[in-house]
Design a binder for this molecule. Sequence first.
Ligand SMILES: C[S@@+](CC[C@H](N)C(=O)[O-])C[C@H]1O[C@@H](n2cnc3c(N)ncnc32)[C@H](O)[C@@H]1O
Length: 221
Amino acid sequence: MNYLATSCRRSFRWKHEESVRELRQFAKDNDFKYDWFSANVPFWLEIFDRTGLRNRPIRALEIGSFEGLSTCFLLKQMPQAALTCVDTWAGSDEHVGMSHISSIEAAFDRHVEPWKDRVTKRKGYSYQCLAAFRPEEKFDFIYVDGSHHADDVIVDAIRSFEHLNVGGVMVLDDYLWRFYPRDAENPARAINGFLRLVEGRYRIVMTYRQLALVKTAERST
Ligand SMILES: C[S@@+](CC[C@H](N)C(=O)[O-])C[C@H]1O[C@@H](n2cnc3c(N)ncnc32)[C@H](O)[C@@H]1O
């Protein structure tokens, strides 16, 4: 597997620090209440460059958009991308008690307004939205960042992987995050299980607090 060395990570952190600053300024200027995303920017830009995703008319899928910070980043960085966003816009387990949750959908709509012609909203539970996709509906980039409960993560990962084109990239969030008291409920358990189930059909591009892979093969029947 192709893991990147830590020293290499440091160098591309510097390489992309202006882009991180830019996104943080964009979040400030547009009144985003939370930023869980900008720290990923150097990794994502590196992944885009290594996999040739930018500047071509790709189809992208985001599971978990919240106020739309990662969404806006994708739309800005991939000017020819059409993006489908799946979310309940009701928040996740870790958001219980947070202020502004009732206004996240309105915030999302306002934030993506400049790019709305390239955005398709699918409101609902991800397992239902993904099950409603036609089998031939395929994406070149998928970001799995919805519910972080292992039961949901494994369903989101497996279902969406079947909609990923060969050569397409999938990024799974919060690989190393521990929120639930039982390890088995946290994302790592689901992501490891998912990787086992699709063994031989992917290549890991990068691991950090997220895991990024390229799909290398369809399921053999
Ligand atoms: C961590 S936030 C997404 C953050 C966003 N990607 C960003 O980086 O700015 C997770 C989102 O997943 C949504 N969500 C949680 N469980 C879900 C489920 N089962 N189906 C669909 N969306 C879900 C929540 O409403 C929330 O908006």
